[in-house]
Design a binder for this molecule. Sequence first.
Ligand code: FAD
Length: 543
Amino acid sequence: MSTGLRVIIVGGVAGGMSAATRLRRLDEHASITVLERGEHVSFANCGLPYHLSDAIPDRESLLLHTPATLAARFNIDVQTRREVLAINRDAHTLTVRDLTTGADADVPYDKLVLSPGAAAVRPPLPGVELAYVLRSVTDLDRLKVAIAERGPNVVVIGAGFIGVEVAENLREAGKRVTVIEAAPQVLPPLDAEMAAPVAAEMRAHGVDLHLGVSVQAIAADSITLADGSVLPADVVVLAVGVKPEDGLARAAGLDVHERGGILVGSTLQTNDPDIYAVGDAALVKDPLGRDAFVALAWGANRQGRLAADHIMGMPVHFGAHPATAIAKVFSLAVASTGLSERQLRQQGIEPVVVHTHPGSHAGYYPGAETIHLKLLFDGNTGRIYGAQAVGGAGTDKRIDVLATAMHAGLTAPDLADLPLAYAPPFGSAKDPVNMLGYIAQNLLDGVSHTMQWHEVEGTDRMIVDVREPHEFAGGALPGAVNIPLPTLRDHVEELVGHKVLVNCQVGMRGHTAARVLLDAGIDTVNLDGGYLTWVAGRQSQGA
Ligand code: FAD
């Protein structure tokens, strides 16, 4: 293919470089220029937090390319410290400032790809200018110097994915780390009960976590919270979210969402067919078809490539974005895909909810770790809305299988049919993902009925805990009576006439117990996810 097009790309990291390199691979003769405001291109933003602890010891390994290597390998003209100030759509030119000399110039384009990313949100707090952010290698260098030169007390504001990663790595670097989060939980993409074990893990590793409280002011060596407490803070890192860099597009009259973010179609074109927008700056469609802001690397890379394909005349379609995400939080992997229960309820959707707590592999093979799994699906069609996973080994694999199933349009019962690889060190013959399918099928068929952890309080059902006495003694639902599953059949007569809620530790023995009682004509529901989910839910409420 040879178009001779002049293509300019604004932003030289994830989306921008994906577009640039794909274009070159498709067209040896196009003129491809990348304009990057910062000092570096093609760096590994996702790796930045790990250099704070030296988990990634070599700073240079974060710099995947330089303008020189990109010129040599791809014949791409990459210019750093060049800020695009304006898009002159009628003239098909950009106004570009050389940040070294201060000189402005007009640069012509035939096709333009915007990949300017997102900017850190800086709330209007007194002293906010004292806080550090982590978006670029330059930010990383500044923060590394600060934590090396100042005292040991670091406060991270915000417990989203980046805040949590920064907190972990600074803790690993030996700092005294405090995290402040205005929401009542960490990692807001998760539902509260799924986030509870993550908060516990952070606390167990010495992170001082303050949830449900906001920051009022930042000073040189302290931070003041809205509840009046003052905490020592030698270094403050701000990680309260990002907003799309849509100023250029807005000023040029491109369609921008009222809450921010460039609007594009499935071809990644804006309302100007010669201008594409990809990555964090462009909005996507969520699984319900609503405009959504998703700041994740997969989308930026995929969209960059697809924009290049479309420029070269190939048919493309970027569909719904499930925002599949994962983070390491000390020994836990924390992952989600699709919509949370909170998001669904906000849209008036009442999903079917399943919690399970399987082992990462067969229990008889040493070293299995628990994975807390949550699946959300439609009670009529079985359509999967989303899933969350928190746990040890194999957590990433399960969320990726679930994301793939969602993308392929599989229903929740279809998960039982997935022929997944199995040997004892890796999984189970009924893999945790298969088990979600079995449970979903039972619920849809009416073979089982469940109650959620937050519905227990105030229930008029008799609560029958079918765990062993030593488990019951370690903690139980208020008012529960203990009838261990092996003895349950001897007690059926006593339960006739009652409405019963059965519970066990994770929901499996409870399911068997519920089947025994239902067969005897007793109105019975099983506590979804068992005692473990109930405890996590209560912890998420501060109990
Ligand atoms: P970016 O990669 O941010 O690149 C945008 C570039 O455009 C910037 O370098 C900026 O300087 C430049 N620019 C902006 N305006 C102009 C202008 N007017 N002129 C010239 N240049 C301009 N995602 C994951 O999926 N997993 C992770 O683990 C993960 N971890 C992350 C950790 C950190 C610390 C950060 C910061 C991000 C992380 N992300 C992660 C998010 C991911 O990096 C982004 O979603 C992705 O980089 C977005 O790509 P982009 O091309 O849209 O923007």
